[in-house]
Design a protein around this ligand. Structure first.
Ligand code: SF4
Length: 456
């Protein structure tokens, strides 16, 4: 309860229809790097609170190298508020170094430790000679949401762990940024498929999160030929930091490509930027498109005869999913956007550029598209409920919260962002050519089920 009350006061997360976590959610960025173990210096409920929106109810995810239940924590309590918890933290770090097998520890504090002034930097400095690196990152929920926390973790790694200078630059190596592990429900499969695509184009992708990616990948970061940021705004700060520290240039591509139009555009952009073999890239696109349309054609009769054919959509989601999926739905499926709600506290300085990205659409009047930045996750549902959905032409893409509205109205719904729902996400992703097919089938299948009354 304490944790929830704090979050409400911070204004970054909500006890009702929560769609982002507080800054402590950055812990999942650390947990996504193999054999990196956070040490929590915050209240006993903090991790559990962000776990629900970012992991457990976000596609049935849990951390892999270290389950959430084994993360060491001081469980900051009343006595620590009065006397300070620094000594207990020091002892916990010492014990963790003795009993846990990890390649790196990151001390993370939350609101209460920050408010009473515990100095986690000083504690971390006391372990400079430890057998593995001990870093620190302050993640009080009153300073920002999980995306801010994510940035703090990456900054800590760059500032405290990576060397001052790069080694030998590998022009083919590209560090992949912009995909936020766990918060982006599809992160694991997206990164796996993206890695394969970049490799096929002739690059050596360096991905730091997920299976078989750990400290060896962190160590390679300074030596990249360039960084790739795949998001409208997240991780641009990290790419800029790497640029100023190592001089690494970066390619900013604002969407995670879904479907043939955007994926081909992305491949051409990467090929051009990195000076790759154009003939090879065009061959890749041709083969992938031929395969994509083969599978579309195999379903075309069903789509045309389906009693319920959605033509318009609402999105209530993160900025990256909203942009990526809108481009596919408009440019490949010919759908019309009704309203786009972006609900992850995007800093105001990015609003203008994000609105511009939405204009790159094959619409008669792309200026007319309505983009709403809001902290009110329920606003979209209010609009959808006010629509006349008698003929069920509308599809809603959002979180499991929006599913409730779609069920009541019996209109098609597809979950696309956190919290995704109490289901297992597995290897699902809407990235690339296969991703476009997957989204298309998800939309039409739900439309058919709702239209035929097989879903209540
Ligand atoms: S860090 Fe602060 S806002 Fe986040 S759960 Fe803990 S007490 Fe609440």
């Amino acid at each position: 309860m304490e944790a929830i009350a704090c979050e409400i006061e911070s204004g970054y997360a909500w006890s009702e229809q929560q769609r982002v976590g507080c800054a402590v959610g950055g812990v999942y960025t650390a947990l996504a790097i193999e054999r990196v173990l956070p040490i929590m210096h915050c209240g006993p409920g903090c991790e559990g609170n962000i776990d629900s929106v970012m992991a457990r109810t976000n596609g049935g995810q849990n951390a892999d190298t270290y389950f959430e239940s084994v993360i060491p924590s001081t469980n900051f309590c009343e006595a620590d508020v009065v006397f300070g918890g620094q000594e207990r933290l020091r002892k916990l770090v010492d014990d963790s170094l003795r009993f846990y097998d990890a390649d790196m520890f990151i001390i993370i504090d939350g609101c209460t430790a920050e408010i009473v002034g515990d100095d986690i930097e000083e504690v971390a400095r006391g372990f400079e000679d430890a057998r593995v690196p001990v870093l620190f990152a302050s993640l009080p929920g009153f300073k920002g949401n999980n995306l801010w926390g994510h940035s703090q973790i990456l900054s800590a790694i760059i500032d405290q762990y990576l060397p001052a200078q790069a080694g030998v630059i590998n022009p083919k190596q590209v560090n992949v940024l912009g995909v936020v592990p766990f918060y982006d429900t599809f992160w694991a499969a997206t990164l796996e498929k993206l890695e394969n695509t970049l490799r096929e184009l002739g690059l050596e992708p360096n991905i730091i999160y997920g299976r078989r990616h750990g400290l060896a990948n962190l160590d390679k970061i300074p030596n990249a030929g360039f960084n790739l940021v795949l998001s409208p705004w997240v991780d641009i700060d990290i790419a800029q930091k790497l640029e100023s520290k190592y001089g690494t240039p970066f390619l900013h591509y604002p969407a995670v490509p879904a479907g043939p139009t955007e994926t081909a555009k992305f491949i051409r952009a990467v090929t051009e930027y990195a000076g790759l073999d154009r003939i090879k890239a065009e061959h890749y696109i041709r083969e992938a498109e031929e395969r994509y349309y083969y599978y579309v054609n195999r379903s075309i009769r069903w789509i045309f005869t389906c009693r319920v054919q959605p033509k318009e959509f609402y999105i209530n989601s993160s900025a990256v999913q909203a942009l990526s999926l809108t481009r596919f739905l408009v440019n490949d499926l010919g759908f019309i956007p009704r309203r786009i709600f972006i609900n992850e506290n995007v800093p105001e300085e990015h609003h203008g550029t994000i609105r511009e990205y939405f204009k790159e659409l094959e619409l008669d009047d792309p200026e007319s598209i309505e983009i709403i930045f809001t902290a009110d996750g329920g606003l979209c549902d209010q609009y959808v409920k006010s629509e006349d959905t008698t003929f069920r032409k509308t599809v809603v893409l959002g979180t499991t919260w929006d599913e409730l509205t779609a069920k009541v109205l019996r209109i098609p719904f597809v979950p696309v962002s956190a919290p995704y729902g109490d289901v297992i996400v597995g290897l699902k992703t809407y990235f690339g050519y296969d991703g476009g097919l997957a989204l298309m089938t998800d939309i039409y299948n739900d439309a058919a089920n709702k239209g035929m009354g097989t879903v209540n």
